[in-house]
Design a protein. Structure first.
Length: 727
């Protein structure tokens, strides 16, 4: 469909058009904008492939936008993925691997409720618990596996970083950590200069020394020992490396006073005793100690974190603190730990090589967050809105949006609506109309996963699943004139003159290329719709394998697990994850305490998928209205009873919902659910306002003025609010 009436009109005047007209209109507009203002003036929006119909289309849409030449893709990395994938990689060199639940002695779920978000994962956790694995769950809400945990930690939203440091402090003090792993496989033994906060290097010791060398302290010889970052080898492998202490060594310009990086980390942790952190997190000190005991003595430890730790203004350093806590266990890539499972070999078709470095450097927000998602040409919606509305650092004039309901999945919805209305051209491809789509100039109907083929290589959750390859067949014919996201990407590529990069429109040829290294043919998969398994086997502790006389190590600058990060230091961030309070919270912003005495967090509904599904009667009967969980004590103080309509008020706005009394949520915490806009014709025909007076859109009442300085994450999981009963 195409828009006939101006944006902002009560009726967009949608007019049905052909696919040819739609694709030609889009290609013409994109070519014009690129010629006039550069390809960077067009941004792409791509919904998450986690739990949506985007899973098999994502790599092809990414290839399209990279081939087109824009460094600006809003994929919500700042909300879901950056901390788990990119921050974890700054410690271990890779994104967080999958837990080996089948062999784990202790399972740690932190801000992750697989019962509501990932059923295949939840099944394996349940099996592990049934066979006797210990379980620690960190979650402000008593939901999912928190009910069955050996230790449930009802942490104050946003204070998780302090909790991680406190648990680590107990493990270090009690000796409940893998000292051998820390000595041999982390940069904890590297000496850090007191004067500069940087590692002692070879050229610090003598003229002409190697700046790639690092220095540790050999306890037995009472002398420094050098480490070659290139090979990952100490000059003497039989050394007892110091992890604690203060040393003075001879430098080329005089004595150097220094300490092992681990000593600095341990000293940081010591400042966060369970007694002190009990006040910060609103947890009993005894619970923190018991969690440390379980994690430190019940190994091997497998853990997983997700959205509960993503949407805070301190998310990056919090996840660094948790990664370092995990390093203490020594369980990385070990049986029962978090394992780098082998995957079916395939060709990467994402097309990262198609975007030149000089164009990549134009990514919106890269200057402010040089190691954030922007470093991979994934931008925040805050930066996108700024470029549209303020033309800073340059103007974004067009948006190609695949399935992203920006106004209900990202904060500051009112600003988002103004930005979308200001675009010169917008195309939206989706399964159905939604409030974001209403701002488009062209609407493209997308088929569901059940109406098209879809290739999936590797099902992630364990080695058996990861070896599985399936070309999912369509089970019904596509309804109406809908097409798959992949088909749309290939069709647009043809009209943009990029056909050669898309196998001249032959999707089968593209899939054959993708599958080639696996040894499995497209014909075999079509003959076996249940999928096929690739013969692969996981080797553990791959970092310890030797080749040409040197260990594989980790994909980090030091080839070690990076407890102390000079990359962070280079970019002006703390090299150790000291705890910083949420920017909009009861401690950092005490001026709000009287007006907004409650901490606002959020969690997913088990009945709906993000902002979808509320029009379906079978689901809507289970959850008819938007809900806000509140402790009965806090509700009674405000004259609120179960099911009452309430108004949730924040410094940024207000929303309506029904009260749901939750006895085990903290009296000073409330939890809301995002994504409410649809009516349900059979039950509740009236929908909910996107913005304006008292919508039911959680993201309309959370601002974007306070964000994580490293990754750009806004405070959707730790904000402040007040609740009153509707009059």
């Amino acid at each position: 469909m195409k828009r006939i009436n101006p944006k902002g009109a009560a009726d967009p005047g949608w007019q049905r058009i052909t696919w040819d007209e739609a694709l030609e209109t889009i290609a013409s507009a994109l070519k014009r904008l690129s010629k006039e203002s550069g390809a960077q003036s067009v941004a792409f929006g791509i919904t998450t492939p986690a739990g949506t119909a985007m899973n098999d289309g994502f790599p092809w849409i990414e290839r399209l936008r990279l081939a087109f030449g824009t460094p600006n893709a809003a994929i919500a990395m700042e909300l879901c993925g950056f901390s788990r994938d990119m921050i974890f990689a700054h410690t271990f060199g890779v994104p967080l691997p999958m837990p080996d639940h089948a062999r784990a002695g202790c399972i740690l779920l932190w801000g992750h409720n697989p019962s509501a978000t990932w059923l295949a994962h939840a099944t394996r956790v349940a099996d592990a618990k049934a066979r006797g694995a210990k379980m620690v769950v960190v979650d402000p809400r008593h939901v999912g596996f928190a009910v069955k945990a050996d230790q449930w930690l009802r942490v104050r939203p946003g204070s998780d970083g302090a909790l991680a440091l406190s648990i680590a402090s107990v493990m270090i003090r009690e000796g409940w950590f893998d000292r051998g792993f820390v000595q041999r496989w982390t940069n904890g033994p590297f000496l850090v200069r007191d004067d500069t906060g940087r590692f002692v290097r070879g050229d610090d010791l003598e003229d002409g020394g190697d700046p790639a060398q690092r220095v540790a302290w050999d306890v037995a010889r009472a002398a420094p020992v050098r480490y070659d970052s290139g090979s990952g080898i100490y000059e003497r492998e039989d050394t007892d490396l110091a992890l604690r202490g203060h040393f003075e060594i001879a430098g080329r310009e005089g004595p150097l006073s220094c300490r092992p990086a681990f000593d600095l980390y341990a000293s940081l942790c010591e400042r966060y005793s369970p007694e002190r952190v009990a006040e910060i997190t609103w947890l009993p000190a005894a619970d923190i100690y018991e969690a440390a005991r379980l994690i430190g003595t019940s190994g091997p430890v497998s853990f997983y974190v997700w959205a509960g730790l993503e949407m805070h203004t301190n998310a990056s350093q919090t996840n660094r603190a948790i990664a370092l806590l995990y390093a203490l266990t020594g369980s990385f890539d070990s049986e029962g730990g978090n394992v780098l499972f082998e995957t079916a070999p395939i060709n990467d078709v994402m097309g990262r090589e198609l975007l030149p470095e000089n164009v990549r450097s134009l990514a919106l927000g890269l200057e402010e967050r040089p190691i954030g998602p922007e470093s991979q040409a994934w931008v925040t919606t805050d930066a996108l809105y700024k470029a549209i509305l303020e033309k800073r650092p340059y103007a974004v004039r067009g948006l190609v949006n695949f399935g992203k309901n920006l106004l209900f999945s990202h904060v500051d919805s009112e600003r988002g609506a103004k930005a979308l209305q200001s675009l010169e051209f917008m195309v939206h491809a989706d399964l159905f109309m939604n409030p974001t789509a209403e701002y488009a100039d062209i609407i493209l109907p997308v088929s569901t996963a059940w109406e098209r083929e879809g290739l999936s290589t590797g099902f992630i959750v364990d080695q058996e699943a990861n070896a599985h390859v399936q070309l999912r067949p369509a089970v019904i014919e596509a309804r109406g004139e809908s097409r798959s996201d992949t088909w749309i990407a290939f069709a647009l590529a043809e009209r943009l003159g990029l056909g050669k990069l898309f196998w001249n429109g032959d999707t089968d040829a593209a899939l054959r290329h993708q599958l080639a290294p696996s040894g499995i043919s497209l014909a075999q998969l079509r003959s076996n719709p249940q999928g096929l398994a690739v013969a692969i086997e996981t080797c553990h502790r791959k970092y310890a394998e030797y080749a040409d006389g040197a260990p594989t190590g980790f994909a980090t600058p030091s080839k070690k697990v990076e407890i102390y990060s000079e990359i962070f230091l280079d970019h002006g961030y703390a090299p150790l994850p000291d705890y910083v309070e949420p920017i909009v919270g009861p401690v950092a912003a005490p001026e709000f305490s009287t007006i907004y005495p409650l901490v606002l967090t959020s969690g997913k509904s088990p009945h709906f998928l993000q902002s979808q599904g509320r029009a379906l009667p079978a689901l809507r009967r289970l959850e008819p209205d938007p809900l806000v969980e509140i402790n009965p004590e806090a509700a009674a103080e405000r004259g609120i009873s179960e099911g009452d309509w309430i108004v949730l008020i924040t410094p940024h706005g207000q929303m309506r919902a029904r009260a749901k009394l939750a006895h085990k949520i903290h009296p000073r915490v409330v939890s809301a659910v995002h994504g409410w806009w649809q009516g349900c014709e059979a039950l509740s025909p009236t929908g909910y306002n996107t913005e304006g007076l008292e919508p039911s859109n959680l993201n309309a009442v959370i601002g974007n003025d306070a964000i994580d300085p490293i990754g750009g994450s806004p405070p959707q999981k730790s904000y402040v609010c007040q609740i009153t009963r509707c009059k």
